[in-house]
Write a protein of this length. Structure first.
Length: 157
């Protein structure tokens, strides 16, 4: 019997308890989504790494092409500034680069903190739903015991 035949047979098996049927169905769907999650994460990670490498290559190729053009035409792209102006340009360029790097680092940290907070919220949600389920079960048991057969003698006309 093939795997496909076996899975279709298990789907055809009927259960008279609708809660178990729904639970099994939802669990199957969630398990199927969970199977693809590692591959999905790896694909997204690979895409990001490829994107980063493409940006680096583009910058390097652009600068190399500009240098070749400059060398081929004999046009000098050297900055005609001397002394103080060249130092100021270099300092400002470094400051701008440092500020951009700090902004990227801050953005990365905020993003990681947001993801950690989301995970914490999911854990809290899970604990809350467990507590609500336990409370509702206790309420149902209390009502059931209150209206059980021995208690009905007090409510007979």
């Amino acid at each position: 019997m093939s795997k496909e035949d076996n899975s279709s047979t298990s789907r055809k098996t009927t259960n008279t308890n609708p809660f178990e049927t729904i639970s099994r169905s939802v669990t199957r769907v969630v398990d199927e989504v969970a199977k693809a999650q590692p591959q999905y994460s790896q694909s997204v990670s690979n895409l990001q790494l490829d994107y980063i490498q493409t940006i680096k290559n583009t910058v390097q190729n652009t600068i190399a092409a500009q240098k070749q053009l400059s060398d081929a035409t004999g046009v000098s792209f050297n900055v005609p500034f001397t002394g103080q102006y060249a130092e100021q340009l270099s300092r400002q360029t470094n400051e701008i680069t440092d500020n951009i790097v700090k902004a990227v680092q801050t953005n990365n940290q905020v993003s990681l903190n947001a993801l950690d907070a989301a995970r914490d919220n999911i854990r809290i949600y899970t604990k809350t739903t467990d507590a609500i389920l336990e409370f509702n079960s206790n309420v149902a048991k209390a009502w059931t015991s209150f209206f059980s057969v021995p208690q009905q003698q007090f409510f007979r006309p």
